[in-house]
Design a protein around this ligand. Sequence first.
Ligand code: GLU
Length: 376
Amino acid sequence: MPEARTILLPMSQRIVVKLGTSVLTGGTRQLNRAQMVELTRQCAQLHHCGHEVILCSSGAQAAGRAALGFPELPSTLANKQMFAAVGQSKLMGMWESFFDIYGVHVGQILLTRADTENRHRFLNARDTFAALLERRIVPVVNENDAVSNDEIKVGDNDNLSALVAVLAGAELLVLLTDQPGLFTADPRSHPEAELIREVHRIDESLRALAGGPKSGLGVGGMATKLQAADIARRAGTSVVIAAGSMPNVLQRIVAGEEVGTRFPALESLEARKHWILAGQAPAGSLVVDAGAALALRHKGRSLLPAGIVTVEGGFERGDTVFVRENSGPPLARGVSRYSSDDLQRISGCQSSHIAERLGYDYGPVAVHRNDLILLG
Ligand code: GLU
């Protein structure tokens, strides 16, 4: 047995836990409630220790099939959507009652790829995660299977959970499956195969290794887990693939024990911001007063509408803008939470008055610190 290695981790982490259908059913045709309660217990314990847990749960279609008595139907998109429509509410009802045992509220978020690719919707979804987590509610995410066709669906919950980790700015993504991790060969046909403890490079040979057969009921296999790991670690999230049936698996991973296959994050939080801001030429500028410039430069604050003197250019909520002081060079670049039209109306205004002026609000800040990089 290799000696356990402990890695120093932050006290409180934002963790996305992805539970595949194979974990939730334990390889049977039905959701295994005892297994779900056990995983709920582990998530709730992390939650009560101060961590922020986001659950990405498969199992809607499995629950729908079981509820309808396993009808023998052709595997068409419409039938899958029907199973998901029936099963998603059942699945959610189960999570609700299991988390309730531990006094934890849950909130359902159903996403499609379109929600992560369109900037406006990306920001909306991000605000929803932030609002839930701020109130210590555990978001339970699944793909919106009932309405997503091939054009807009992510297709598997491994990739979906990686997008959620990026969206929510998670430190850790745990992909729980029916395997202890990634092996040097398929352990079912190669008993000498060894568990790979840590992956620093995802290259062709690793992809070839993971390209093997998919597990029974779920959509993903190791190939989609590698894709997910690659997306997440590039955006600053560490990833662990481990067996959902291992006792206290989540506690052990979060404690930094060497469990499963770990993919250390490639990027720092600052680099994540570059990733969020990448590819968008600033569409305008926010000219701020000296107090706001100081707060941004030296105090690590967000930019509030009160500090904005002038709004230059035309842009939408979610567009990238420069922040400058007078006519000087840009001091920062960030994502605006309000359109230029909105900001014209609320610049110089206290955040508590935004809703009054606009008739709605997207929160108190114009550019959030997490979406802002200082220049120069
Ligand atoms: N969203 C699907 C479901 O809940 C599962 C997709 C997957 O297993 O990756 O049934």
